[in-house]
Ligand binder design. Structure first.
Ligand code: IMP
Ligand code: MG
Length: 178
């Protein structure tokens, strides 16, 4: 698996340091009203596990899932909810944990779904942000790393379901896409 990686963009140490910073900021910001952390499956599962442990509050966790029927490297623009929230969101402060904010189509859809559950607030924490790719007017309240337009794998991010278990974030060699 590691032989498929062309370039490492974010090492495991750099990610761990940044996730600790995000957790500390969230701990401060939500001190009076602990969040319900909502992970977007499957890409957020690694980030969410580390982020939750970096937050020093009574922070409950739940997951939702969406599918977008795109190709392996791009969403199609048509998003459907495949797993609704299990917890009761009414009146709670929801904090979405997402692996990467790309065109913003997925998060726009999921944010409006969560808002329909009448929470007290909905904010977004994205590990990676590719602002140059945005098609929908949405931004994250917390961003791990703002990054250039490339296709990233590892730390939860997949290409055709592979590489989610890489401990760092990198790009693939061109021949992998062939
Ligand atoms: P969006 O709706 O275009 O913002 O797409 C968001 C979703 O597309 C993410 O949750 C990822 O699953 C996937 N995605 C976007 N960019 C990448 C990438 O660079 N690597 C892996 N998956 C990506
Ligand atoms: Mg994906």
């Amino acid at each position: 698996m590691k032989n498929d990686i062309e370039k490492v963009f974010f090492t495991a140490d750099a990610i761990a340091k940044r996730v600790r910073e995000l957790g500390a900021q969230i701990t401060t910001d939500y001190a009076e009203a602990p969040p319900l952390l909502v992970g977007i499956l499957k890409g957020s599962f690694v980030f969410m596990a580390d982020l939750a442990r970096a937050i020093d509050l009574y922070c409950d966790v739940d997951f939702i899932a969406a599918s977008s029927y795109g190709n392996a490297t791009e969403t199609s623009g048509t998003v459907t909810l495949t797993k609704p929230l299990s917890a009761d969101a009414a009146g709670r402060h929801l904090l979405i944990a997402e692996d990467i904010l790309d065109t913003g189509v997925t998060l726009t859809f999921l944010r409006s779904y969560l808002l329909s559950l009448k929470p007290a607030s909905v904010k977004i924490c994205a590990l990676l942000d590719k602002p140059s790719r945005r098609k929908a007017p949405i931004s994250a309240d917390y961003v791990g790393f703002t990054c250039p337009d490339a296709f990233y794998v590892g730390y939860g991010l997949d290409y055709a379901e592979h590489y989610r278990n890489l401990p760092y974030i990198g790009s693939l060699k061109p021949e992998i896409y062939e």
